[in-house]
Design a protein around this ligand. Structure first.
Ligand code: 3PY
Ligand code: MG
Length: 257
């Protein structure tokens, strides 16, 4: 099975994902069955230990069965952690809070057997990424399946954006308006004109560089606007908010009768 997430954003398509804060393989499978393209698993702010390979093996199994792709936000770009998560079968990862192009290059290198014509820093594994269906051509094919993105959410990264975007193996950029609002001195005010302008500038730079852009949009109008703005990766909800809103409405309807 190819990494359809990577294939589709490289083809210029828009992919839609949802967060799963339950980290439940069953929810991952349901998302796949619904036709959701990727499952955002947030190990930056929550979740079980990202060093636990078993967690990722269960989730990648469920993603394969359901026909969706895991999208794992790691807490850091530590190469040791990146390798471990990829070896368990995850192929799409997001590194938050990057500061520099050098940091992005180090993270990318950890995902690759070949980097810039030289051997990369991915380790030969015997985990799920290699053993199930891909043992023979593992080294040749794996670099084509893995997709690494970074969050642009710090002013240090904005200052180095051109250099970050020139890393050829960078798969996509996800913009973080919440952290940008903190960084720019307007905490939680994502609608502040300076923050809005900064986000627009980052998007414009990414579009010019041909790097796919990710964003969060929680209603159909927001999703349409994001797609109009050239965003190709859209997170549009999650399991906790879906449970809350569905059951709140249902309970209210039942009590009204
Ligand atoms: C931010 O807005 O800072 C994010 O990280 C979005 O997930
Ligand atoms: Mg953030």
């Amino acid at each position: 099975q190819h990494n359809a997430f990577r294939e589709r954003i490289e083809d210029g398509d828009v992919v839609f994902g949802a967060r799963s804060s339950t980290f439940s393989p069953t929810v991952v499978e349901i998302y796949g069955e619904l036709g959701i393209d990727f499952v955002w698993l947030d190990f930056e702010h929550m979740g079980p230990s990202p060093y636990d390979s078993g967690v990722f093996e269960e989730l990648t199994r469920a993603a394969e069965v359901g026909g969706t792709e895991l999208f794992v936000r790691l807490p850091t770009g530590d190469p040791a952690l990146i390798r471990k998560v990829l070896d368990a079968g995850v192929r799409t990862i997001l590194i938050p809070r990057v500061d520099s192009a050098e940091e992005v290059r180090e993270a990318v290198k950890a995902t690759r057997f070949t980097y810039d014509g030289e051997p990369g820093e991915r380790g030969m594994a015997s985990g799920r990424s290699r053993t199930w269906g891909n043992a023979e051509n593992y080294v040749e094919t794996e670099d084509e399946e893995v997709c690494l993105g970074v969050m642009i959410e710090k002013t240090t990264a904005v200052d180095e954006l051109d250099e970050i975007l020139s890393v050829p193996e960078l798969g996509f950029v996800f913009i973080g308006p919440s952290d940008l609002s903190v960084q720019m001195g307007h905490p939680t005010d994502k609608a502040h004109p300076d923050v809005v302008e900064q986000v627009e500038e980052i998007r414009e730079t990414c579009r010019s560089a041909g790097v796919p852009i990710g964003t969060i949009a929680n209603d159909p109008d927001g999703v349409a606007d994001a797609a109009d703005e050239g965003c190709q990766i859209v997170r549009m909800g999650g399991d906790l908010s879906a449970v809350q809103s569905t059951l709140r409405e249902r309970l209210a309807a039942i009590r009204e009768r």
